[in-house]
Design a protein around this ligand. Structure first.
Ligand SMILES: [Zn+2]
Length: 85
């Protein structure tokens, strides 16, 4: 895989991971890979996307990125709760 296609793949996987770590109401179904997890929009679940990201950038960075997204989503939920109270 050339650098340009790797960059495109990286952008796609990052976007997919944000997409799977949604907030609010969404349509869930089984992961496209039939791994047993739920996934948004009939696509790959966050764990499967992380695995593919790991093949591209290494397990440590993929795990860190996934973890950071989850943290940001948690912070966003906390901010929503803060303005509701
Ligand atoms: Zn999956």
């Amino acid at each position: 895989m050339g650098l340009k296609s790797k960059q495109q793949r990286l952008e796609q996987l990052k976007s997919d991971l944000w997409y799977q770590n949604f907030r609010g109401v969404t349509t869930m179904s089984g992961c496209f890979n039939k791994c047993g997890n739920g996934a948004r929009g009939g696509r790959e679940c966050a764990d499967c996307v992380e695995k593919e990201l790991a093949e591209l950038v290494g397990a440590d960075l993929a795990k860190l990125y996934h973890y950071d997204i989850v943290r940001i989503r948690d912070t966003e939920s906390a901010m929503d709760a803060a303005i509701e109270s």
